[in-house]
Unconditional design. Structure first.
Length: 223
């Protein structure tokens, strides 16, 4: 299976892998058997594996130009990805009762929300920026479809997750926890700080992605 058929199959399986495990009947069943941390680990590994296949399938699809290639566009991911890595580190390692990730230990302090003052959804924002940056650098039809879907999923997902957590937590608890957070806030961006250790982890992740990119994706990300 090659070309558009492989791309379509990879895309459908990737979308199903994100639609089914989070459904109310399925997620509690998986969490009860794997534990919350085990569920997130298994879900992440499955997502990464299917994401790799999807990106490879997009590269194999027939080339149909949508955005004319330009050398300067290849710099966009290079410049955006350090911030994406920092958001991923903060989102995955922090305490976040209002969105995905938040696997850090301890209690969430609504008076000191950290990165959540900038965005309640650091992982979704990281995916949005990753998708937009790579869409510009890979302007053929398959990649525009691929990264465009990721960008749309991330943008609309923020509102959907807010509604879900507001419903699950209840209006009073939600208002207490979210009072100093925002879906996206420039003021919050100017206020939040990352620790040297978090910056170091983000730099390590960025370097690892640069190093692994040719082996996994098949092309160097460097211009």
């Amino acid at each position: 299976m090659t070309g558009w058929a492989e791309f379509a199959a990879a895309l459908i399986l990737f979308l199903l892998s994100h639609a089914i495990p989070v459904r109310p009947p399925v997620r509690p069943w998986l969490v009860a058997r794997l534990g919350l941390r085990g569920y997130f680990i298994a879900y992440s590994l499955l997502s990464l594996g299917l994401l790799w296949w999807l990106i490879v399938a997009a590269a194999r699809a027939p080339y149909v130009e949508v955005i004319p290639p330009a050398d300067w566009l290849r710099w966009v991911p290079i410049l955006v990805m350090p911030f994406v890595c920092l958001l991923a580190v903060l989102g995955a390692g922090g305490v976040n009762p209002l969105s995905f990730g938040g696997m850090g230990k301890g209690r969430f302090d609504p008076d000191r929300p950290g990165v959540l003052a900038f965005t309640r959804h650091p992982l979704l924002l990281a995916m949005l920026l990753w998708a937009l940056a790579h869409l510009l650098a890979n302007g053929d039809l398959a990649h525009v479809i691929l990264f465009g879907l990721f960008a749309a999923f991330s943008a609309f997902g923020m509102a959907a997750v807010d509604r879900r957590y507001r419903r699950e937590l209840g209006e009073e608890t939600w208002a207490t926890l979210a009072r100093n957070t925002a879906r996206l806030s420039l003021r919050g961006f100017l206020q939040f700080r990352a620790t040297p250790w978090q910056i170091a982890r983000a730099a390590l992740l960025y370097g690892l992605l640069i190093w692994l990119h040719p082996a996994i994706i098949g092309v160097s990300p460097l211009p």
